[in-house]
Ligand binder design. Structure first.
Ligand code: FAD
Length: 478
């Protein structure tokens, strides 16, 4: 296993459970890849960026259960939105069955005007009637989400204060650069099909702590997890893989090789003979990336009571109350400070700005949204710009995403960028890892455990609930 991000870890843990001796090599001194945390020189634990999951992320939930981290994710039923005019809106499920479970909170949602709500309701009904698959998603030339919304005559308010807010956060891309299929899928899977799919799961520990059980799961079955071990290249003779190469000419060989590195790092690791024989490698450069900026503030006193809020019409999209999420219900650390983390997805406009400029913008917006922050002193701050945070879900990107099983015997790919049908998320990464594990077992002819049924790691989606269960048949296990 090359790469100890979520894809590599999910694949490694699954293969170890299937009885394989897994040797994992990660170049960094910690596990978790992009979804990790580290310690700053001043001793603070900071996430690379706040990460959240949704109730519809069934494979991620399964992975956390396997590695003993499920109780480190707290689920919230209520999403709070604030606009610069001081209006507050709440989205939560009520008593009505899916797909109408959010109707009550939607009707009273103050930041949207009635005509915005009517246009949104029309588009939602369209998604429900098409069971998540509107006819225009099958057009030969994939359309953007903005085009999909324009065809449904969405108002400016609906686009800016609803569709854009949800989708830029979920998909890390602007609406005109997002394949409509991904956008529609978010609403179908998280908000319409099942009344719990929208629930937001937030880690209550620094991200790196979620992976402590992975090392144990792999090592207890005879495997090993090697940190600070960058693989430099793949050694192949023709299309026969001989080994992976490390620094100082060291080589390690295995029965199967799973490359779970980012797509833009993979091509360079492959020798010419493999590049020629595996055509999907040539397409990787067509998969573009999108940035996310995380901003961290430590105030001298509590300024926020909610665990997190979404801001409308500002650069800052989310504010997370890290102090509260890490378990202090009073919202203050021992020294009375409060730690907040802000997230700005698709943050193209911020890339050219200096860290101080970004801090100034966020501080102004946080003080406007949280009045108590106006008198509070900002003790410390930091900005983490992730230029290539995720792959960009541009229209048509799916045709460049390779399968986990390659044409080369013994070579497999995993990563959120491989073909999973999901956007670049932790759920997508775990799915890819499970699919790679299933493919490796199949290829080795060892996919049948003692029970006689094939190993299956991939979990089904949440079952349809409420009225949707009458419309859509339940998924059968493979
Ligand atoms: C700022 C930010 C915010 C995000 N927010 C969310 C969110 O809220 N919710 C969500 O679901 N997703 C979010 N994501 C996306 C999520 O983090 C990724 O989709 C997921 O972590 C990808 O996992 P991966 O294993 O596919 O890739 P990676 O995490 O990139 O893992 C690849 C691993 O391979 C290692 N590696 C690379 N080259 C080598 C080599 N030569 N030898 C050995 N090791 C190597 C890397 O060090 C890394 O550990 C966010 C991402 C970022 C960057």
């Amino acid at each position: 296993m090359i790469g100890g991000g979520l894809a590599g870890l999910a694949c490694g843990v699954a293969l170890a459970e299937a009885g394989w001796r897994v040797r994992l090599f990660e170049q960094k001194p910690f596990l978790g890849g992009r979804a990790t945390s580290y310690v700053l020189p001043n001793g603070e634990h900071v996430d690379n960026c706040q990460h959240v999951a949704l109730g519809c992320c069934t494979n991620l939930a399964d992975f956390y259960r396997r590695v003993g981290s499920a109780d480190k994710i707290k689920f919230f039923d209520e999403l709070v939105f604030l606009d610069p005019q001081g209006r507050r809106g709440t989205m939560k499920a009520g008593l009505l069955p899916a797909p109408f479970h959010m109707t009550g909170s939607f009707l009273t949602f103050a930041p949207l005007a009635m005509r915005d709500k009517l246009s949104i309701a029309r588009a939602m009904l369209d998604i429900v009637a098409a069971k998540g698959n509107t006819a225009d998603l099958a057009e030969p030339r994939p359309i953007s989400m903005l085009e999909w919304l324009r065809r449904r005559r969405q108002t400016k308010g609906a686009i800016e204060r609803f569709w854009r807010v949800v989708l830029v956060s979920a998909l890390d891309e602007e609406l005109d650069r997002t394949d409509a299929r991904y956008g529609v899928d978010v609403f179908w899977k998280a908000f319409l099909m099942n009344s719990t799919g929208y629930r937001m799961g937030v880690p209550v520990v620094p991200l790196a702590e979620l992976y402590a059980g992975c090392k144990a799961a792999i090592e207890s079955r005879g495997g090993e997890v090697n940190l600070r071990s960058p693989v430099r290249s793949l050694h192949a003779e023709g299309t026969s893989i001989r080994a992976v190469q490390f620094d100082a000419g060291r080589e390690e060989s295995a029965g199967a090789y799973v490359f779970a590195v980012a797509h833009d790092a993979l091509f360079d690791l492959m020798p010419e003979s493999i590049r020629r024989a595996e055509p999907s490698l040539a397409n990787l450069s067509k998969i573009k990336t999108a940035p996310i900026t995380g901003v961290h503030f430590w105030f001298d006193r509590p300024v926020m009571d909610e665990p997190f809020v979404t801001l409308l019409d500002t650069n800052t999209q989310w504010i997370f109350n890290k102090t509260m999420l890490y378990g202090d219900q009073q919202g203050a650390t021992n020294n009375g400070e409060q730690y907040l983390q802000m997230v700005i997805s698709a943050s193209y406009d911020l890339l050219k700005k200096s860290r101080q400029e970004i801090i100034d913008i966020c501080l102004r917006e946080v003080r406007q949204a949280l009045p108590r922050a106006q008198a509070a002193q900002l003790m410390k701050s930091t900005v983490i710009k992730e230029v290539a945070a995720t792959f960009s879900p541009q229209p048509g990107v799916d045709c460049w995403r390779p399968q986990q099983q390659t044409k080369i015997p013994g070579l497999f790919f995993a990563g959120d960028w491989t073909a999973t049908g999901w956007p670049a998320t932790m759920e997508g990464a775990v799915r890819s890892g499970y699919l790679a594990a299933e493919a490796a077992l199949r290829a080795a002819g060892t996919s049948l455990p003692a029970s006689g049924t094939a190993h299956q790691f991939l979990q089904p989606d949440l079952p349809p609930s409420g009225l949707i269960s009458m419309l859509v048949p339940k998924q059968k296990p493979k």
